[in-house]
Ligand binder design. Structure first.
Ligand code: SF4
Length: 255
């Protein structure tokens, strides 16, 4: 299990800042708001709320993980951000630029930038002087409406910014989704978890698994979801799918 994350598709989670605004139905039960606003009172959520930069020690985590990945001879996947959104327009551009610079200094890390604001990606990355070369670009798709609105934007932004690959987080999956040629390279599916979890029909997950196979995409099944501590488990039809995309760097990490 990863050092600081329980997310099955990443080895670490990195939050250079905390704070966000809800932008759609996948945000309804935002875990980050429940934790950082309601529970700990560290930030006020929302457009008029706070964006708080995290400590120097948190920013220094990337270099440490980069060193450890180099020693292990295996790239580490870093999910960024879980307590905010990389393309949030309320975040100072200078923070984003600095976060990208830190990331680019860490070639043994694969940065996974997951967002619900993928339409901002190209413009903001350009303002930052570009996208890190060791980064993948992701978008959240809760249902068909999200997919139809954002899948093409994700693919275009991934190509334009030279992302290692694109990925789609179909979590919380709130309805069936039919993908097309714009489907992301890596399809990650999960049901919602927590006290107010909205149920996922397993047939929606099965369908995405089969579509991923037909289209040559990598499929990852994160969890069934639900209110239980085990988040419904990680099996789909008796099988785990903790698959990750192959990387050229996997053969030659830098020490
Ligand atoms: S984008 Fe993510 S962090 Fe921001 S409100 Fe939505 S679920 Fe929460």
């Amino acid at each position: 299990m990863a050092e600081n994350t329980k997310i099955e598709w990443a080895d670490h989670t990195w939050n250079p800042w905390i704070g966000c605004t809800k932008v759609g139905s996948p945000c309804d039960n935002c875990y980050a708001e429940a934790l950082m606003d309601t529970r700990y009172g560290r930030v006020v959520w929302g457009n008029d709320g706070d964006r708080v930069r995290t400590s120097d020690s948190t920013w220094a985590q990337l270099r440490k993980w980069n060193r450890l990945a180099g020693e292990a001879g295996k790239p580490a996947f870093v999910f960024s951000l879980s307590l905010g959104d990389i393309w949030d327009n309320r975040v100072p551009m200078s923070w984003r630029r600095e976060a990208f610079m830190r990331a680019a200094e860490c070639p043994n890390l694969v940065m996974l930038y997951l967002s619900k604001r993928i339409g901002n990606a190209i413009g903001m990355a350009m303002e930052c002087g570009g996208f890190p070369p060791n980064a993948a670009l992701g978008a959240t798709f809760g249902d068909q409406r999200d997919y139809d609105r954002d899948a093409r934007k994700l693919r275009d932004a991934g190509e334009s910014l030279g992302a290692l690959f694109t990925f789609g987080s179909f979590e919380p999956l709130l309805g069936p989704v039919i993908v097309d040629d714009d489907a992301p390279d890596w399809i990650i599916v999960g049901g919602e978890s927590g006290r107010n979890a909205r149920p996922m029909n397993l047939d929606w997950a099965r369908s995405l698994r089969d579509q991923a196979g037909e289209r040559g995409r990598v499929f990852n099944f994160k969890q069934v979801g639900g209110r239980g501590a085990d988040k419904g488990g990680h099996d789909l039809d008796g099988q785990t799918y903790f698959n990750r995309p192959a990387l050229p760097q996997q053969d030659k990490p830098n020490g």
